[in-house]
Design a protein around this ligand. Structure first.
Ligand SMILES: Oc1cc(-c2ccc(F)cc2)cc2cccnc12
Ligand SMILES: [Mg+2]
Length: 214
C-alpha cells in the first residue's frame, strides 16, 4: 500500500462524504479503494464477515488493534448495542489523526475511544480504565504482534470464557506464528473464514475467529 494513502483518502473524503452517516463513509472509502487506489482497510468482503461475527457476538466491550483510517472501527461501532464500550489502538500518529477526522465526520465520536501508542503499552492500561474483560477483539495491526498481544491480553486477565478474537490477514500477508499458536491451544476454539484480500478478488486471504474457552 502506497505511502501517503491515508492523506489522499482524507482529501477525497472531505470533498465527497455526507457527514453524520457511518454507512456512507464506509461506502465512500470502499469506492475510493476500488476506483482510485487500494488501502489496507479490511474492506467490504471481509468486512461483511466481521459484521456477521460482531452481530452474532453482540459484544458490550470491544477492542480493535490497528485503527489505520478508522474504516473497521466504523464497521464495528455501527453494529454495537447502546452503552457498549469500544476502544481502538493505533501506534502511527499520522494514521490516528486521519482516523480521528474520519470517525468525527461519520458522527461516531461518542461510540469510539481511540488510544494512540504501541499495543504492548496500551493493553496493560485497560484494567485501570475500568475494563474487566473484552467480549470481542479485532486484531488487524502488525502481523508479528498478533501472537504476543493475544498472549498479553490473556495475561492481563482481559479475556473471559466466550471472548471472541477476530484476526484479519491470516493468509495474506499472513501471521503463521499466530495461527499455529491459536489453533494448537486448548484454550481457544478456532474457525477459519476463507475470503479474499481487500479490493483484490484474485488474492486469497482469510479471517480467523477464535473463541476463548479458558
Ligand atoms: O489488511 C491488510 C493488508 C495489508 C497488505 C499488505 C501488502 C499488500 F500488497 C496488500 C495489503 C497490510 C496490512 C497491515 C496491517 C493490517 N492489515 C493489513
Ligand atoms: Mg488487515
Amino acid at each position: 500500500t502506497a505511502e501517503g494513502f491515508h492523506l489522499r483518502l482524507l482529501e477525497h473524503v472531505r470533498k465527497t462524504v455526507k457527514p453524520g452517516d457511518a454507512s456512507n463513509m464506509i461506502a465512500t472509502i470502499d469506492n475510493y479503494c476500488y476506483t482510485v487506489e487500494s488501502g489496507m482497510n479490511v474492506g467490504d468482503v471481509k468486512g461483511k464477515i466481521l459484521d456477521d461475527i460482531v452481530l452474532e457476538t453482540n459484544p458490550t466491550t470491544v477492542l480493535e488493534l490497528g485503527t489505520f483510517c478508522g474504516y473497521s472501527a466504523l464497521r464495528i461501532a455501527r453494529n454495537l448495542p447502546e452503552n457498549s464500550r469500544f476502544f481502538t489502538v493505533e501506534f502511527n500518529p499520522e494514521h490516528a489523526a486521519v482516523a480521528k477526522e474520519i470517525i468525527h465526520t461519520a458522527g461516531m465520536d461518542d461510540k469510539i475511544q481511540m488510544l494512540i501508542g504501541p499495543s504492548q503499552e496500551m493493553i496493560p492500561q485497560f484494567k485501570g480504565m475500568g475494563v474487566s474483560h473484552f467480549d470481542l477483539v479485532f486484531v488487524d495491526h502488525e502481523k508479528d504482534l498478533y501472537k504476543p498481544d493475544v498472549i498479553l491480553l490473556e495475561k492481563e486477565g482481559l479475556l473471559k470464557k466466550g471472548s471472541v478474537i477476530v484476526a484479519d490477514n491470516v493468509v495474506y500477508p499472513g501471521s503463521p506464528d499466530y495461527i499455529d499458536y491459536v489453533r494448537n491451544n486448548p484454550k481457544f476454539k478456532s474457525t477459519n473464514y476463507m475470503s479474499e484480500l481487500e479490493y483484490h478478488k484474485d488474492v486469497v486471504d482469510a479471517i480467523e475467529k477464535s473463541i476463548y474457552i479458558g
